[in-house]
Design a protein around this ligand. Structure first.
Ligand SMILES: Nc1ncnc2c1ncn2[C@@H]1O[C@H](COP(=O)(O)OP(=O)(O)OP(=O)(O)O)[C@@H](O)[C@H]1O
Ligand SMILES: [Mg+2]
Length: 302
């Protein structure tokens, strides 16, 4: 038995303390993905005293296709992503990478094949360039960083910073009076939406990975930025294998397959047109959201 401590560049808050995962057969190489990733009757809860979060999820994510995962708050979407990254193992059932049980794969091998933007992403007290490149240090060269920043809608905001990509995004190193507010060396801080774009760029930098996972990549973006980012992501995801979680249903409608998670179970699955025609929960969610963008009927005159 081999045990590995979680060693990744981004840890969700709930994993601030490393926990040991045991790998049964390791260490072994994980070949490049060919067929797809599969969840087989996956049951998961965070603790024995807590309710099940995933209750027998069966899901196949085919290689080269784009999949969208939707569902209400607390449905278990981010939890499912954490299982795909092997932050946790299923309590029952299994997750397979081309037929290989993830329990037989050392986590660093798996994570080297994925690019993931977590919903609760990290912001680092580093330069803008390093914030984008921290997950793939071999790609810290200008061209790659700029390409990823452009895709994430971050390039313009970064070039407007006092030192562009070399601006320190922190003030903590200068807390004792060195470097006043006007000193560019004192570093700077970003807004929530601007941090979100850098985190998205960080995931998109790893473009050669087999699987791209984006958990709410546009939360916190203004309407214009959200529209632009999703348009670019649509082009970027075409022909690549990706999993997108978003409450913005206009952004998921182009996915090859849309999966609705409800109460820890997959209750609907299909293309946008199929799910709309089925008239189920997806259709209701989509219609409610779309209605919010239509002109309000004039109030009846009294
Ligand atoms: N670290 C944790 N420990 C215990 N319970 C957790 C933990 N993380 C999530 N949960 C619980 O698991 C359930 C599913 O949470 P999850 O974050 O997967 O939902 P979600 O579908 O991503 O929701 P949202 O749309 O709000 O992002 C929730 O009831 C949540 O309280
Ligand atoms: Mg979530």
């Amino acid at each position: 038995m081999f045990s590995y401590h979680v060693a990744v560049t981004e840890l969700p808050d709930d994993l601030a303390l490393p926990r040991a995962l045991t790998t049964r057969e390791g260490p072994r190489n994980l070949p490049a993905l060919r067929r797809g990733v599969e969840l087989r009757d996956v049951w998961f809860r965070y603790d024995e005293r807590q309710p099940w979060v995933l209750k027998g999820v069966d899901l196949f994510i085919p290689f080269g296709r784009s999949l969208a995962l939707v569902g209400l708050n607390g449905a278990g979407k981010s939890t499912l992503i954490k299982l795909l990254c092997r932050f946790y193992d299923p309590v029952r059932g299994s997750v397979h990478w081309d037929g290989t049980d993830l329990r037989d794969v050392p986590p660093p091998e798996l994570r080297a094949r994925m690019a993931v933007l977590f919903q609760d992403f990290m912001s680092y007290d580093l330069t803008a360039r390093e914030n984008i490149g921290v997950g793939a240090l071999e790609l810290l060269g200008d061209d790659e960083i700029r390409r990823a920043a452009g895709l994430a809608g971050a390039h313009e905001l970064v070039t407007a910073l006092p030192r562009g990509y070399d601006t320190l995004l922190s003030r903590i190193f200068f807390a004792d009076g060195e470097g006043g507010e006007d000193d560019p060396a004192a570093g700077t801080t970003l807004s929530g939406g601007q941090w979100q774009r850098l985190a998205l760029a960080r995931a998109l930098l790893r473009q050669s990975r087999d699987l791209l996972v984006l958990d709410e990549p546009s939360a916190g973006l203004d309407a214009q930025a959200e529209y632009e980012v999703h348009a670019r992501l649509r082009a970027h995801r075409a022909g690549r294998m990706s999993l997108l979680v978003s409450h913005r249903l206009s952004a998921v409608r182009e996915a090859d397959v849309i999966v609705l998670l409800d109460g820890g179970r997959i209750t609907e699955q299909g293309t946008h047109d199929e799910l709309m025609a089925a008239g189920g929960a997806y259709e209701r969610l989509f219609t409610v959201q779309a209605r919010g963008y239509l002109p309000q009927p004039a109030a009846a005159e009294s």
